[in-house]
Design a protein around this ligand. Structure first.
Ligand SMILES: [Cu+2]
Length: 62
């Protein structure tokens, strides 16, 4: 999966429980990481901005 910083700030994404932690990536940059293997909805937090939260849904590849 790919994350892109669409604002002026760097971000660093953590899906919790060691599932996915990206390197920090700056404005306009993209970072590609392997999605967790377990289908689930993961809580997303930005380690650089702890108030930035969201979810990522990993579907079963079938
Ligand atoms: Cu951030």
């Amino acid at each position: 999966m790919v994350f892109t910083s669409a604002d002026a700030e760097p971000h660093q994404i953590d899906l919790g429980d060691g599932a996915v932690v990206t390197d920090a990536f700056g404005s306009g940059e993209r970072v590609m990481v392997e999605a967790p293997g377990e289908p689930a909805t993961y809580d997303l937090i930005c380690l650089l901005h702890p108030t930035m939260r969201g979810t990522v849904e990993v579907a079963d590849a079938g």
